[in-house]
Design a protein around this ligand. Structure first.
Ligand code: AMP
Ligand code: MG
Length: 404
């Protein structure tokens, strides 16, 4: 059976083979709408940052040389406030009252916090503490110089980036167009969330978790409803789904008599590149393509679907978006209790992780198998147990993915 890494290589190679410059064209969006989108331009600092030497404390701009002996009494020669500098020059024995963010007046080379001063009169202040040169201030261009690249194309825009873009005057940002992802749940047993299942029926949860994962990855889901386990219905839905950038079908890909999804893929000329991965849960994951569309058959069990999405679909979406980083963030923890390995399949299962004494510690969480959302909801991570004989022992290092 295909190891996870090999499956991922196949997915990535397929994308690379189909890549075109205009595949997910860049589009301008308003700054606030750029959060979590993939940046498609190098952003340069339009000015030095900061633009001028500025105070980072409320207090007094001084010459540090004047504070060799403390307390020191200085003449307050003026005021520099945020938004309006002062044109005074701080000479020996003088200082200038200053607020955070205000320009440092000429001659000054340190800012003493107001907490370390005593105002004696409107024109006199006693300084109680020495200062080092450049203390309490930030020199012009300390963060970035005009023309420096502050954000590179391919970056997923985060909170700090949003602030940085605002600071650089980017009211519009170029980002990748969102891929359109068709989502089809399959199964005769499925009813919608709003319905009460009759005996033998269950509510469709995959459509919701898949759509949430699609959005989190930066793509746009299109819900095509529930496909029933018969060729006609699956044909109608899958044909529509193939009009999208990506088609995700959940369920109907195992070995059961009514698992017909792969048959319909074949009818529509989907070239399937793998249909089994050495992974638990998520073994019957199918990946293929037809024309411009990437196609996945995700195993129906709720946790299998989620894990398969995380391992294969998310990297594909991020790669389509031209993101610099497409892999999930894998962290390491010390195992609290042994975990059994399987020589046939790698396991990616619910786990409880906590941060203690400077490191992550992890153990597998109790769960009843790949349909057990109750167990998964009590966990906070997915632990990756390698495909090999024997056990991971307590104290061994294990890899994991954090869940939100
Ligand atoms: P299948 O791969 O179609 O055999 O489905 C495997 C298991 O997952 C079955 O127990 C299904 O009832 C369940 N399942 C399939 N699709 C969904 C869905 N959309 N929501 C919740 N459970 C599902
Ligand atoms: Mg089914």
């Amino acid at each position: 059976m295909l190891p996870i890494e090999r499956g991922l290589e196949i997915v990535m190679a397929t994308i690379a083979a189909k890549d075109r410059a205009d595949r997910m064209p860049a589009e301008p969006v308003a700054l606030l709408d750029s959060m979590h989108r993939i940046l498609r331009e190098d952003v340069l600092s339009d000015e030095d940052s900061p633009r001028f030497d500025k105070a980072v404390r409320d207090g007094f701009a001084v010459r540090f040389e004047d504070l060799q002996q403390i307390p020191a009494e200085l003449t307050v020669a003026g005021e520099s406030r945020a938004g309006a500098g002062s044109d005074i020059r701080v000479e020996s024995g003088m200082c200038c009252e200053i607020m955070t963010g205000a320009p440092l007046p000429a001659g000054a080379n340190a800012v003493v916090m107001v907490e370390h001063t005593e105002r004696l009169s409107p024109s006199k202040v006693r300084i109680l503490k020495t200062a080092r040169e450049n203390e309490g201030l930030l020199r012009r261009a300390a963060e970035a110089r005009k023309g420096d690249c502050i954000l590179q194309t391919g970056r997923r825009i985060g909170l700090a980036d949003l602030g940085l873009l605002a600071g650089a005057g980017k009211s519009q940002v170029m980002v990748s167009r969102k891929p359109r992802v068709a989502v089809i749940a399959t199964g005769d047993e499925l009813v919608d969330v709003a319905e009460t299942p009759r005996p033998g029926q269950i509510r469709n949860s995959n459509t919701y978790t898949i759509c949430a994962q699609v959005k989190e990855a930066g793509a746009e889901p299109a819900v095509l409803g529930i496909g029933r386990d018969n060729l006609e219905d699956l044909r109608t839905k899958i044909e529509r789904g193939l009009q999208h950038d990506i088609l995700l079908v959940s369920g109907g890909v195992s070995m059961g008599k009514y698992d017909l999804v792969e048959n319909v893929f074949a009818e529509f000329g989907v070239e399937v590149l793998f249909d089994k991965i050495a992974m638990r849960p998520g073994k019957p994951t199918v990946f293929g393509h037809r024309g411009e569309t990437f196609v996945f058959g995700l195993p129906g069990n709720p946790i299998s679907t989620m894990v398969a999405f995380q391992m294969f679909v998310r990297p594909l979406i991020l790669s389509l978006l031209k993101a610099a980083e497409t892999k999930p963030e894998i962290l390491e923890a010390k195992l609290d209790a042994p975990a059994k390995c399987d020589p046939e399949r790698a396991a990616i299962v619910p786990a409880l992780v906590r941060f203690e004494a400077g490191q992550y510690r992890i153990q597998t969480a109790p769960w009843k198998g790949s349909s057990d959302l109750v167990g998964l909801a009590r966990a906070n991570a997915l632990i990756m147990i390698p495909r090999r004989p024997g056990n991971l022992e307590a104290g061994d290092t294990a890899q994991f993915l954090l869940m939100e």
